[in-house]
Design a protein around this ligand. Structure first.
Ligand code: NI
Length: 199
């Protein structure tokens, strides 16, 4: 899948080696904290950067490519993403107060998974490309375009900030029921959204 051409730069240098005891615990489907909306971050300070670091360590330890603060029980608009977790030197993408300011009319179907619903992988339809505004880990306002897996991952993580999980967007309900059951989750914890709704 196409990777975004824009260069990701951050001031973070962090080991991607999995830790035996990650600093934060990732909540799973059924836990109500995943359904609460996250608040905007008014000041990007050292405590936010410290949380970012802990989220990255927890994400790398779980072998995930994206993690949103509500997944670790923190209701702040903060996301960490790294599509290249096997590469020790490529920097992660840190998104604070991310907002989608444009989406393509073209949609793509792609099989998603989530660290909060381990083992479950299902097709979700989303816009293929997006335009995004956000603040970086130094609080600087930025804009970027994303396509391919990056656009997919950003949209999935932004959903977490609104208390939405990818299973809410799955339109193949038989597959969903089967997959959830197989991995020890319950269908009653899904809150269906119409697939036509974009946000
Ligand atoms: Ni997720």
């Amino acid at each position: 899948m196409a990777k975004n051409a824009e260069k990701i730069t951050t001031s973070f240098t962090i080991s991607k080696e999995p830790l035996e005891t990650p600093p934060l615990e990732i909540c799973t489907l059924g836990n109500e904290v995943l359904r609460k909306s996250a608040k905007r971050i008014s000041k990007v300070d050292e405590s936010i950067r410290d949380l970012t670091k802990k989220m990255l360590q927890s994400m790398y330890s779980a072998k995930g490519i994206g993690l949103a603060a509500p997944q670790v029980g923190v209701h702040k608009q903060l996301l960490v993403i790294d599509l290249d977790i096997e590469n020790p030197t490529s920097p992660p993408l840190i998104l604070i107060n991310p907002e989608i300011i444009g989406t393509s009319a073209t949609v793509t179907t792609y099989e998603e998974g989530c660290l909060s619903i381990p083992g479950v992988y299902l097709d979700v339809i989303r816009p293929s490309t997006i335009k995004l505004s956000f603040r970086d880990e130094m609080g600087r306002p930025k804009k970027m375009n994303a396509d391919g897996l990056l656009a997919r991952c950003i949209q999935h993580e932004i959903d977490h900030l609104k208390g939405v999980l990818f299973v809410d967007r799955v339109t193949t309900h038989d597959d969903l029921t089967r997959e959830l059951k197989e991995h020890g989750f319950q269908s009653k914890d899904v809150r269906f959204l119409s697939s036509a709704k974009s946000q």
